[in-house]
Design a binder for this molecule. Structure first.
Ligand code: B12
Ligand code: SF4
Length: 588
């Protein structure tokens, strides 16, 4: 493979695509496709109760941490900030990271590099590279498919097999719920840990599996539980966290690694909380006790209909599994696909009803979407079912079908998808209420557990319930009293149980904080109705950096540029501090 002539002395810029994101524009931003996880695809119908937060671009952070060349990461820039960075610093290589929907931004960024930094080599990586014929759509010198750390190391003439250094990544940023922006307190948010990329299950629609090799393949950054444990200890010390968002498509599938991690946690007395992605059959390889001891407190799991052809659920009663997990204090984020082959306008409501009846804490709904690079896409193309006139910026699973479904039209697909979100909210209430339910169930079962590690973890989770969560329950109960009396009553019942378990202090916090949350959540709903949206701040991080004309070496420098003009909520500072623990509980 061709290497860069300057090798590790080359100056590298790694950038994510530019914002603002939550708006409609000619570069492919879409107001229904904000740069948010929950509000984009999970809690978007929950108004002010929707969980709002951002996640950094971990792929380029991982690459930066694993090369010895001077390297800047520019995350969530505006076009202006990207242009400024290109002209202020000379870069030998400009790397752009993107997924498919943002290909229009990559095109524009390549154009800008050619104009403003004509000597730079342009490297484009991430899922955008899976688009067939992407070479003709963008003006890049290298388009990298699959794992990027090893590619960049090879390109710079470095050892591609060197151990992977994991950067300390704060998982969720600028968290906001019920109209309150939570402070970015050190240790207040989970850390993201990335043990591997890809998934060997190879479901035919799955882009992450396909991108890293497909069925039977994946790339492990950390093979063993010992390696993972050491990385987690390092990050625990650096970020002062006890909670980890484990970004591995199917973490529990690798049982030997997970069980060794548990052994090490037990030896060291670690009461860590883990949020994981796992398929139902992988979860079933563990007893509930093993999951609880491992600290699994949040699971993201596919809930496909039993009539679908995907093997992840085979032999598993998914309703029973969800109930059991929640009874053991494990929050469940269900994921349901709308528009599977067997769905029709006649059975889709029943299918959604079935999914919603699981009563998971969170529920993601996504359209069945053949995405370039996947076996499903190849199949649909062969069958002549792909729609040619759909803009790539609209293929994000939250708008309309990009293919001809046997029974459901493109317009109907959006109607059914939107109904699924609304129905889940009406039937099960705010996710914040549901996680309180699960937390309380876990506490009731484990607060006297003989294992100190387990007791400690559930005590920590209950601290939030004793204070702010209970106040939030009161505010939700009031807000839903007329619009959804059934849910309001369920919230009230839970609150009364919580208050009788935890006593006077909990009631006092509710009396003080509850009305504040009631007011802020009403105000937030008004703001949302007026079209307020949220954007992530811009980050610039430099590593192995020698500023132009200076001799001194700067190791790691982080700068943040607040983007939007939101007023600090100083009048409600007390409530902000009080609810700041939320981001830990949601695993992000
Ligand atoms: C975190 C995340 C987000 C964050 C965004 C973070 C960010 N700053 O961009 C949030 C939650 C906001 C988000 C939103 C969306 N996401 Co998202 N997201 C993820 C998730 C869960 C993790 C990404 C990650 O960090 N992985 C770990 C890192 C190490 O892997 P990586 O990013 O792929 O990077 C590696 C390589 O790709 C490569 N690489 C990456 N960049 C570069 C750059 C260069 C120069 C080089 C050489 C190599 C390289 O090297 C890296 C190391 O090996 C993935 C699923 C997954 N498991 O990857 C989905 C995923 C990337 N998202 C996806 C989608 C579709 C979306 C949304 C459209 C939401 C939706 N409706 O589904 C929106 C788009 C928002 C927007 N306006 O752009 C798809 C992309 C599909 C595709 N083929 O394009 C994925 C794969 C999920 C899926 N299976 O459908 N997402
Ligand atoms: S189990 Fe999940 S992550 Fe793995 S291939 Fe299937 S959909 Fe993708």
């Amino acid at each position: 493979m061709e290497t860069h002539p300057k090798g590790s002395r080359a100056r590298i810029l790694l950038s994510s695509v530019f914002g603002p994101y939550a708006q409609d524009d000619e570069f492919g931003s879409r107001s229904i496709n904000p740069m948010e996880l929950y509000h984009n695809q999970v809690t978007r119908a929950q108004g002010s109760f929707s969980l709002r937060m951002f996640h950094r671009s971990w792929g380029i952070m991982m690459i930066q941490a694993n090369i010895s060349a001077p390297c800047s990461v520019l995350d969530f820039p505006t076009r202006k900030a990207f242009a400024r960075e290109l002209t202020k610093n000379h870069y030998d290589v400009v790397g752009i990271s993107s997924i498919i929907v943002n290909v229009g931004k990559v095109r524009e960024m390549c154009r800008m590099v050619r104009e403003l930094s004509p000597g730079s080599v342009i490297v484009v990586g991430g899922h955008v590279a899976a688009i067939p014929g992407v070479e003709a759509m963008i003006d890049a010198d290298h388009i990298v498919r699959g794992e990027g750390i090893s590619w960049m190391r090879r390109y710079l003439g470095e050892d591609e097999h060197a151990p992977i250094r994991h950067p300390a990544i704060v998982s969720g940023l600028q968290t906001r719920i019920m109209g309150i922006r939570l402070p970015n307190r050190k240790g207040g948010t989970a850390a993201t840990i990335i043990p591997s990329v890809g998934c060997p299950m190879g479901c035919n629609f799955c882009t992450t599996s396909a991108f890293f090799g497909g069925k039977g393949k994946f790339v492990n950054f950390y093979e063993t539980g010992d390696e993972l444990f050491d990385v987690m200890c390092g990050i625990e010390a650096e970020l002062k966290v006890h909670s980890f968002f484990v970004m591995d498509e199917n973490f529990l599938l690798h049982r030997t690694r997970a069980m060794r991690l548990l052994e090490r946690m037990k030896e060291a007395g670690k009461s860590w909380e883990l949020s994981v992605f796992a398929s139902a059959n992988a979860i079933r390889k563990y007893t509930m006790l093993e999951l609880v001891e491992l600290g699994v407190s949040w699971v993201w799991m596919g809930l496909e209909s039993p009539k679908s052809s995907y093997g992840k659920l085979q032999g598993t009663d998914i309703g029973q599994l969800t109930r059991e997990l929640r009874e053991h204090g494990i929050r469940v984020q269900g994921s349901t696909i709308i528009g599977l082959e067997h769905h029709t306008p006649q059975n889709i409501h029943e299918e959604i009803e079935y999914a919603v009846s699981h009563g998971t804490d969170f529920h993601q709904f996504m359209l069945y979407t053949p995405v370039p690079g996947t076996p499903l896409y190849a199949q649909m193309q062969q069958e002549g079912r792909m729609l040619d006139d759909v803009d790539l910026a609209d293929i994000h699973g939250q708008f309309k079908f990009n293919y001809k479904h046997a029974a459901i039209s493109r317009d109907e697909s959006k109607v059914f998808l939107d109904w699924a979100f609304r129905h889940d909210f009406e039937r099960n209430g705010p996710s914040l209420f549901r996680i309180c339910e699960t937390t309380f169930q876990g506490w009731k079962r484990y607060h006297n557990d003989p294992d100190l590690r387990v007791r400690r973890r559930f005590a920590a989770e209950a601290r939030k319930l004793r204070t702010t969560y209970n106040a939030a329950l009161w505010a939700m109960e009031k807000r839903l009293r007329t619009t959804n009396p059934t849910i309001s009553k369920r919230i009230r019942d839970l609150r009364c149980e919580v208050e009788s378990a935890f006593g006077t202090f909990t009631r006092m916090v509710r009396v003080v904080v509850g009305p504040v949350l009631l007011w802020t959540s009403k105000r937030e709903d008004k703001r949302l109705a007026n079209g307020v949206t949220y954007e992530p701040e811009t980050f610039v991080e430099r590593r192995n950096w020698i500023a132009k004309g200076k001799e001194s070496h700067t190791a790691n420098v982080v700068t943040m540029h607040p983007r939007h003009t939101e007023q600090p909520l100083t009048n409600i500072a007390a409530a902000r501090v009080a609810v700041s623990s939320l981001s830990q509980t949601t695993g992000d």
